[in-house]
Design a binder for this molecule. Structure first.
Ligand code: AMP
Ligand code: ZN
Length: 469
């Protein structure tokens, strides 16, 4: 079975097949964070969807070469560095480090490479691509010194976003990295140095300046993955102008015969009260905000993964609470199956469900269908354990199946860890408060313990401490 997905370019559901001669190899390019602030969980909706895609492709036997860029020079990073009074690299460094921590917390498979736009090798490739575009008549240096892509030179411009270019005003130019469809115009490939850029700038045949955001991705994607990439993902906000521009640049700088990307996939936005979660709107949560409130990475992962990637997902704390409940049920089920399987090594596979879960994901990553199979299996086997009719072999079979499912979902409980000293200290303080019947204080300490990611339960043998699921 091969997964089928909705290709934004054709608006068709298409089966993902590797290119002839490529065996089971696929390349995947995913637009990464602009490191001018901490990534918010809207960004992570995109990265979690891409992770689900990659893991499911692995399950289906594909080897995936995945590249995710870091945008460490653009309008926003320069503005941020300027406001902070820091050199660009010093300003972006902590956001890069935080991003990699978040990747681990959310259990995202690491990409093969995380190219940074400011790396001299990539800057050189951007300059070479711009040179090729000028040579082929697709770009020009304007009076302001910047180099622009001539959209009238590329008949396919607008196809990805389905923008009708009829009636567009030729010769209009736009220098900023982001603009909407109404402002469609020749976009900047190389921006000439201006005083606000401070120390940011590279020498080029067109004078000192810096690359536009779109050429960064084009150069890094083709530089690392070749002229044609199998799958390219991002959030829907990336379709226009970013991905539209990436296609124009790559196909015009090459021989014009190879498509830049075979399958385009875009996830819907994470919303907050009807608006897109965005740094600029100020309505965002970072992963750190949620961890500080006592939520865990796997709860956030579950909340983000459990809604179809093209479906609308409204972010609420109730959604996180529902994720906590669902994970608690899965953990209790796993523990019960482990007990029921005992020392049995032989496996009896849960025939009906074995493939259904993965078949649902083949259908454009139908996660709702897949989770329905998982929870139906949970209910059914719990019922059989209640009746005492589930054999140890069947329990082992379900555990093996669950391990395979978890290769895609990555939701297993974190390995047991030792309780940190500050939590131990709070636990002793709470024991003292309880001994003195100071219940309010005891509850307050329990909340403090929870905010550090630990759960405390009162049993007849005293307090039991476990890691938050
Ligand atoms: P940025 O850091 O803004 O360049 O965005 C990085 C990635 O996150 C891109 O693929 C965006 O499309 C995606 N993204 C940004 N905001 C959201 C959101 N609210 N929901 C889903 N994806 C988003
Ligand atoms: Zn990009």
């Amino acid at each position: 079975m091969s997964p089928k997905v909705l290709n934004t370019l054709t608006r068709q559901i298409e089966e993902i097949t590797p290119r002839p001669g490529e065996g089971k190899n696929l390349s995947l390019y995913t637009c990464g964070p602009t490191v001018y602030a901490h990534a918010h969980i809207g960004n992570f909706r995109a990265y979690v969807f891409e992770d689900l895609l990659q893991r499911h492709l692995h399950e289906r036997g594909f080897a995936v070469r995945r590249v995710m860029n870091l945008t460490d020079v653009d309008d926003k990073t320069i503005r941020g560095a300027h406001a902070a009074g820091l050199p660009l690299a010093d300003y972006t460094r902590p956001f890069k480090a935080a991003f990699f921590e978040d990747v681990k917390t959310l259990r995202l498979l690491p990409a093969e490479a995380y190219p940074e736009a400011t790396h001299p090798e990539h800057i050189a490739r951007m300059i070479a691509m711009i040179g090729a575009l000028i040579e082929r008549g697709h770009a020009y240096q304007a009076e302001d010194g910047s180099v622009y892509f001539r959209i009238a030179s590329f008949a396919d411009y607008g196809h990805l976003a389905h923008v009708d270019l009829e009636g567009q005003r030729p010769g209009q130019r736009v220098a900023s990295d982001e603009y909407d469809k109404e402002a469609v115009a020749d976009f900047a490939l190389w921006k000439t140095w201006v005083p606000e850029d401070g120390a940011v700038g590279w020498e080029s045949p067109w004078g000192k300046g810096r690359p536009g955001w779109h050429i960064e991705c084009s150069a890094m994607a083709t530089g690392l993955l070749g002229e044609t990439i199998d799958i390219h993902c991002g959030g829907v906000d990336n379709i226009f102008p970013h991905h539209e521009a990436e296609i124009a640049q790559c196909e015009c700088a090459g021989d014009g015969k190879k498509p830049f990307v075979r399958y385009w996939m875009h996830c819907a936005h994470l919303m907050v009260e009807g608006s897109k979660m965005a740094k600029s709107a100020g309505n965002f949560f970072t992963l750190r905000d949620l961890l500080d409130k006592g939520w865990t990475g796997r709860e956030v992962r579950y909340a983000l993964i459990s809604v179809h990637y093209r479906g609308s997902l409204n972010f609420t704390l109730d959604g996180l609470a529902a994720a906590r409940t669902a994970l608690g049920r899965l953990d209790a089920w796993r523990a019960r199956l482990t007990e029921a399987a005992g020392t049995e090594n032989a496996t009896e596979s849960p025939a009906r469900t074995t493939e259904e879960f993965f078949a649902a994901l083949d259908d454009d990553l139908n996660i709702s269908g897949a989770l329905a199979v998982l929870f139906e299996t949970l209910r059914e086997s719990n019922r059989r354990m209640d009746e005492g009719t589930l054999t140890p072999k069947q329990a082992r079979g379900l555990l093996d199946w669950l391990a395979r499912v978890d290769g895609v979902l990555a939701l297993e409980p974190a390995a047991a860890t030792t309780i940190p000293p500050e939590v131990e200290e709070l636990v002793s303080g709470r024991a003292a408060a309880r001994a003195a019947k100071e219940w309010k204080k005891s509850d307050e300490i329990r909340d403090q313990i929870a905010s550090l990611g630990w759960l405390v339960k009162d049993t007849k043998d005293g307090q039991k401490i476990t890691r938050h699921p």
